[in-house]
Design a protein around this ligand. Structure first.
Ligand code: FES
Length: 106
């Protein structure tokens, strides 16, 4: 569905941070979203749907579609397009529906 454009590389002088997408290290520009890290990683999906298990990747990148739901640093149901990366962040595949925990609410 998504392909990286050849010219879509960090610009000279960009500060990069390393995050982990499904356990694989990815270097992304500081200030990018976790969803951008997912797309840069080339992962085939970041979540599967609860109804039929269809794979999903970030789509709208503005918090509307919810196709970017992921487990980020152990917290499920995060909209990864709204979460800026931080060094060492762990972004994991979210399979189906996950329970919401009140203690995760910020
Ligand atoms: S990509 Fe659509 S809500 Fe995050």
């Amino acid at each position: 569905m998504f392909r990286r454009r050849p010219e879509a590389r960090p610009a000279p002088g960009d500060r990069l941070v390393e995050v982990f997408v499904a356990g694989q290290p990815v270097r992304v520009p500081e200030g990018a979203s976790a969803a951008a890290a997912v797309l840069l990683s080339g992962a085939p999906a970041i979540r599967t749907t609860p109804v039929n298990g269809a794979p999903r990747l970030p789509y709208c990148m503005i918090g509307i579609c919810f196709d970017c739901l992921a487990e980020i640093d152990g917290v499920a149901n995060r909209q990864s397009c709204l979460v800026p990366v931080a060094a060492g962040m762990r972004i994991e595949l979210q399979v189906g529906a996950r329970a919401a925990r009140i203690e995760d609410a910020a």
